[in-house]
Ligand binder design. Structure first.
Ligand code: ING
Length: 328
């Protein structure tokens, strides 16, 4: 008798803009509305974007970072987010939510600021918390920019790396926004057997350091998640907060990607929009057990640079050759 299929019905709940003046309560209402739509479409799990409770506040720089404390969650759930947890539990739907986390002081009395995503099971229990590893943008105020992207000022990089957790009948991992552009993110979870990676993002169309990339934002978004899914035999769910938020146009194009790399669902708008797919986790084995049978084909003994080097290194010999000097 064949095993029952492990189909997880997943909802990717894209958010339109959250403006500075929008209250958490108004945002939680939008999240609950998307949860209810997901219930009507038989979802087991709903994925919300990165920083899904507030506007993308790293777009502004404040000299005294404590003036930004109100953008962070001091507990999860909190009074404002408890209704979301209650509704999800009532509907029997799990969810993944991105938010800014301000921790309690640690043993040294230091508070930590993370860009965080959690995974909540259908019984309302928080099964996993992930702290964003790859923090893009800049550390200091750059007044010449049309808008800041000061994530490296507002968030510490997560120290724990990428985890994979057993939930919803399979193996689930999380990453956040810029993480999706780095193959290491997927592989770290792929080497833990991940079957579905949940990812929220806030991606402005205009990329200040190189505006030639603006027109390619949608292409790059799909490129990285399709390749990450295929090369690790995993489902990938990428969920945007899109549209014009405080004057900055952000990418939508929320999508659900199969282990084959095929996009099985994609949003049509940059507003609040739910897309749904029935994801058979057993499809992962079609790739993990053949082309990407890591244990059979990978050669970590020759991949040494990947974990030993941060930046690229050009050898002295190659430098000499490129400079036209003999290097005998
Ligand atoms: N945002 C961006 C991302 O990686 C960025 C950073 C912006 C990259 C614009 C390229 C272009 O999608 C976050 N929040 O990581």
């Amino acid at each position: 008798m064949s095993q029952p299929s492990r189909v997880v019905v997943v909802g990717a709940a894209q958010l339109g803009p959250i403006q500075k003046a929008d209250t958490r309560a108004s945002v939680v209402e939008r999240l609950i509305s998307l949860l209810r739509q997901a219930k009507e479409r038989s979802c087991d799990l709903v994925v919300f974007p990165e920083l899904a409770l507030t506007t993308f506040f790293p777009r502004w720089f404040v000299d005294d970072i404590s003036e930004a404390d109100h953008w962070y969650e001091k507990s999860m759930p909190s009074a404002e987010t408890q209704p979301l947890f209650d509704e999800a539990k009532k509907l029997g739907i799990g969810f993944s939510l991105g938010y800014a986390e301000l921790t309690e002081p640690d043993d040294q009395g230091v508070v930590h600021r993370f860009n965080t995503q959690i995974l909540v099971e259908r019984d309302g229990s928080v099964v996993a918390k992930y702290h964003k590893v790859h923090i893009p943008g800049h550390e200091h105020h750059e007044p010449n920019r049309p808008f800041q992207h000061a994530e490296r000022y507002y968030f510490e990089p997560g120290p724990e790396g990428f985890g994979v957790w057993a939930a919803f009948g399979g193996l689930f991992g999380m990453m956040i926004c810029n993480d999706r552009r780095w193959p290491e993110s997927y592989r770290e979870m792929g080497l833990q057997g991940v079957e579905m990676i949940l990812c929220g993002y806030n991606t402005p169309i205009h990329y200040v350091p190189d505006p030639s990339q603006d027109i390619l934002q949608g292409f790059h978004n799909s490129l990285v998640m399709q390749s990450g899914a295929y090369q690790n035999g995993t489902w990938v769910v990428g969920v945007a907060k899109g549209g014009v938020e405080e004057g900055v146009d952000s990418l939508g194009q929320t999508c659900i990607v199969a282990p084959s790399g095929q996009i099985v669902a994609q949003t049509l708008t940059t507003a609040d929009e739910l897309i749904v797919a029935a994801c058979d986790l057993d499809w992962c084995e079609r790739y993990k057990g053949t082309l990407f049978n890591f244990d059979r084909y990978r050669r970590p003994e020759v991949y040494t640079r990947i974990t030993q080097q941060r930046g690229s290194v050009i050898s002295t010999a190659n430098k000499a050759t490129l400079e036209g000097k003999s290097h005998d």
